[in-house]
Design a protein around this ligand. Structure first.
Ligand SMILES: Cc1cc2nc3c(=O)[nH]c(=O)nc-3n(C[C@H](O)[C@H](O)[C@H](O)COP(=O)(O)O)c2cc1C
Length: 400
């Protein structure tokens, strides 16, 4: 079988050296990789490195090997183009359709999925020009993964760091697995909550639940690969941030509500996969609650937490916004799920049976996805990413 053909575009950012690791991962996993650096990129890592690691000649301009018409052929033959790192400059040139070097010509001739992994200083990333260019590229169907937060060039830290090459590789693998179809969540903003809230009782104790957050993270990773701008609101998961998603942190149900409502303001889809505590202790003891000799502990009084799913579904932040809920049930799973779907007013409800060894913390899941339109989709036991993809299939079928 022919190896999948990948074009690795490298532009002139300090993170260009990390693209060597991405290149290795791609070649070692059976991809035929052609590296197309910009002239600036060669100031950071030389042509010899790209050529030796890829096994292909390397050029930055359209004028080398003209008899092979490389400015057209490289893009036409690709199954995937990934630009990592993508500078502010290359994003601008791509968004405006410029074709002044081999990489931008390739971007215009490619008809396969294109992934950009931007990396730059926070100010450059946040500049309205860059943000508009990114929005344009996403609207046209490119997968633009959000930069990570962390150490930048020199002593600065902030948003703009190139995600770990292994994570970019995983995004590429998922995009390639989906085949030549255009990413169907491109241009969409999705908000996903994941994990379990912890409701403090005193400075050392809390009421919590057993949700690991793995299903929410699987939804985030698959949505990135399908081209969405992803905001993940995580509660107490301890999991590494998924590449390409904006991650917000919340501890309690009240904090999660605030973060979700703010992020949902311009979202096309909100998926509430987090296990949010229904109740919290009525009072918080500022000092540790002590054991007293001969005394039984005071009962813990509880109060209700806000019902975030019902609130998001009931007052849609924008017309056409889709809301997906999750229901973890221990008995009468489907009947309880149908009742919950009606009560909450969401568009889709993913119902799964939970128990001691089921679902929580596991890498696999099985579920039934109920639709407000009466549909019922069974997802057999399998990886949480497979269930996530079924949820996105149902979502994209319902998005206007
Ligand atoms: C040391 C150094 C580091 C740079 N790092 C970045 C970067 O991380 N991201 C970026 O967008 N531009 C960065 N630049 C600026 C780009 O190299 C410059 O905009 C260049 O024109 C980009 O060209 P290209 O997009 O054709 O590769 C850096 C420049 C220098 C000198």
């Amino acid at each position: 079988m022919e190896k999948p053909k990948v074009v690795l575009g490298v532009s002139g950012g300090i993170a260009a050296y990390k693209a060597c690791e991405l290149l290795r991962r791609l070649t070692e996993s059976g991809h035929d990789v052609r590296v197309v650096p910009t002239a600036s990129a060669l100031n950071f890592v030389g042509a010899a490195t790209w050529s030796a690691l890829s096994g292909h000649p390397v050029s930055t301009e359209v004028w080398d090997g003209v008899h092979e018409v490389p400015h057209v052929r490289i893009g036409q033959g690709a199954d995937l183009v990934v630009v990592a790192p993508a500078t502010a400059d290359v994003l601008a040139r791509a968004a405006h359709g410029l074709a002044d070097d081999l990489l931008t010509n390739t971007l215009l001739t490619a008809r396969c999925p294109v992934v950009f992994a931007p990396a730059m200083h926070t100010e450059m990333w946040e500049h309205p020009a860059t943000q508009e260019n990114v929005a344009t590229l996403r609207r046209r169907g490119a997968v633009v993964i959000e930069p990570a937060v962390g150490r930048l060039t020199g002593v600065d830290t902030g948003k703009g760091r190139l995600p770990d090459p292994g994570e970019i590789f995983e995004v590429c693998r998922r995009v390639l697995d989906r085949g030549p179809a255009a990413p169907d969540l491109a241009g969409r903003h999705v908000v996903i909550s994941a994990g379990g809230t912890r409701e403090p009782l005193d400075p050392v104790r809390y009421l919590g639940n057993r949700s690991s957050g793995k299903q929410g993270y699987a939804l985030a990773r698959t949505a990135v690969a399908r081209g969405a701008r992803v905001t993940l609101v995580e509660a107490n998961t301890g999991l590494p941030d998924p590449a390409g998603a904006d991650v917000l942190r919340a501890g309690t149900a009240v904090q999660l509500r605030e973060a979700v409502l703010e992020a949902a303001a311009d979202a096309d889809v909100v998926v509430m996969a987090a296990a949010v505590a229904d109740f919290r202790p009525a009072a918080y003891a500022t000092g540790k609650i002590k054991k007293r000799d001969g005394q039984e502990p005071e009962p813990v009084a509880l109060v209700r937490n806000p019902d975030i799913l019902a609130e998001v579904a009931g007052e849609r932040a924008r017309p056409g916004q889709l809301v997906v809920g999750f229901a973890a049930e221990t008995d009468d799973v489907l009947a309880n799920g149908r009742a919950k779907l009606r009560r909450k007013g969401c568009d889709l409800l993913v119902v799964n049976e939970v128990g001691e060894r089921k679902t929580f913390g596991s890498e696999e899941n099985e579920a039934v996805v109920l639709g407000a339109d009466g549909s019922e989709t069974s997802v057999p036991y399998g990886p949480k990413e497979a269930l996530a993809d079924v949820v996105w299939d149902l979502v994209t079928a319902r998005l206007g």
